[in-house]
Design a protein around this ligand. Structure first.
Ligand SMILES: [Zn+2]
Length: 79
């Protein structure tokens, strides 16, 4: 899976999915990231649950917000 995102046309991070992203999943892997660091995955409506479960079972998931909310919040997370 890729965590690369594009500022132009945000697309779902799920493998093989080319749908427009609607959700931002903010996550952190404590083994490789400092606590305040946030990686982001994008998800369409269909994959939000799948991707958040993937991160959730590993204890990585920090936040799930809509893309509009995320951008208006002006987060400094990696993109
Ligand atoms: Zn998707």
């Amino acid at each position: 899976m890729s965590d690369e995102t594009s500022a132009e046309t945000p697309i779902c991070s799920a493998k093989g999915c080319r749908a427009d992203a609607v959700w931002v999943l903010a996550w952190n892997n404590p083994k490789i990231h400092t606590p305040e660091r946030r990686k982001t995955w994008l998800a369409c409506g269909e994959h939000r649950e799948h991707l958040s479960q993937f991160l959730g079972v590993r204890g990585f998931l920090k936040d799930v917000v809509t893309l509009a909310e995320w951008e208006s919040a002006g987060s400094a997370a990696d993109r």
